[in-house]
Unconditional design. Sequence first.
Lengths: 245, 245
Amino acid sequence: MAASSDKALNAPDLFSPVNVDRVSQVIVDQIKVLIRDGKLQPGDRLPSERELCQRFGVSRVTVREALRVLEASGLLTIRVGAHGGAFLTTPSAERLGEGLADLISLARMTAANVTEARFIVELGVLPLAVERATDEDVEALFAMVAEAEQALEGGTYNIEMSAAFHIRLAECTHNPAIEMLMQSFHGPMRMSIEESHLAAPMSRQGVEEHRRLAEAVKQRDLEAARDVMGTHLDRTAQRVGSTTD
Amino acid sequence: MAASSDKALNAPDLFSPVNVDRVSQVIVDQIKVLIRDGKLQPGDRLPSERELCQRFGVSRVTVREALRVLEASGLLTIRVGAHGGAFLTTPSAERLGEGLADLISLARMTAANVTEARFIVELGVLPLAVERATDEDVEALFAMVAEAEQALEGGTYNIEMSAAFHIRLAECTHNPAIEMLMQSFHGPMRMSIEESHLAAPMSRQGVEEHRRLAEAVKQRDLEAARDVMGTHLDRTAQRVGSTTD
DNA sequence: TCACGCGATATGTCATACCATCAGGCCGAT
DNA sequence: ATCGGCCTGATGGTATGACATATCGCGTGA
């Protein structure tokens, strides 16, 4: 009963704005807060699903949907078995890239588009990489080149190894944001390259250029690095699309 | 039953490598493929949960978990009610930025890191933007500046408007990949800027620089654009962190 | 000492039921 | 004839209970 016209209406701030969210979404938010506030650290294990049910006072279905969302967001991984459960992931740029790849593959975005964007980033990264690379970084780069050369002879060289080199190069900047950028590129890149089945022809030349890049970083020779990267990407561009426009 | 040693094992390629994934994950992948192949267009509505159960031959819980994942990935939104259901979203980096913000707050990624990465992208974008900007693009840029100046006087200028300008600038390249790059930056950027509550001081100068940027694009003066953008970002860098290092 | 197996614990999946929400049409009152 | 409320069907949201599967650790026997 009770007509809606009542004295208490004078306080418009009162009355619940109505619970509009899904319960599972509320749980997701709640856990996100715990993570953001540091109450939950990477590597920590959440209580089991059944226990979470009791704690939140909801059914297992609801808890599971919340966990799915968190898992899809890359915040945690779920392991089955005896001492399994939901473990907070150590935040890594890698996970971000995975999520990006989906959306990128959706957008009407050609391989040429991606390559062009990569052009910008890879060239832009060079000054910082050359400037900040530590001895350890240089060593790692050369190690990867050596490994690639071996794989080349054994016929096991693949796109992944090339991508790994470029990512490692970005890591020389010691800037996680830049690493993330590079990683998020190589998901879609690999996809579009695999589509055109053109990986093989460039292998030898590509590895050779990687070596020269490593050398340039070691010598802190920005000009040389830019040169090599330019031709390196140029050929990639010609392979993935007729032109980068 | 069935010792693993059996005559048929000679053909290792045969026999199912065993279904190792979650069923819900398989469904997710399957729908992603449909989307990527264009069988499902943005705006389309998936069959109802109950119908999907029958089609896939799984239970409703499983379908729902798959939908949660897809929803969390920003691929679709779900509406309840009579003509509700799962509708494909138009792919936009905007949604992505929201999801990224969570992870970025986790990653040991500072605002300074992001700003530095942005430095690379924004400067790298300029040559393409200057070269490819159409009259329409230029017009839009000036319109945004004018709007910003008005908002400035009214005191309603905010970060969003600044971000919108930079994104519009990236659109001048007419490369969706680059647009997405820029968009995915401004989500996290805004967050870290809001944290430090330092939005106000730069407003007037920032808008002024935006105008000069628009002017440079109109004149196709790459050098000028680079200059302005350099100082523009420099000041941003000083605001968000003591240093970009 | 090693290996096998069993059990405990966790997630993965299923089937069913019921509730909440929304759109549209039906129907009665004005 | 029009407006309002009510009913109904379609759909997502949640709860419950059960069984299947994966994994680790421990105990026991060879």
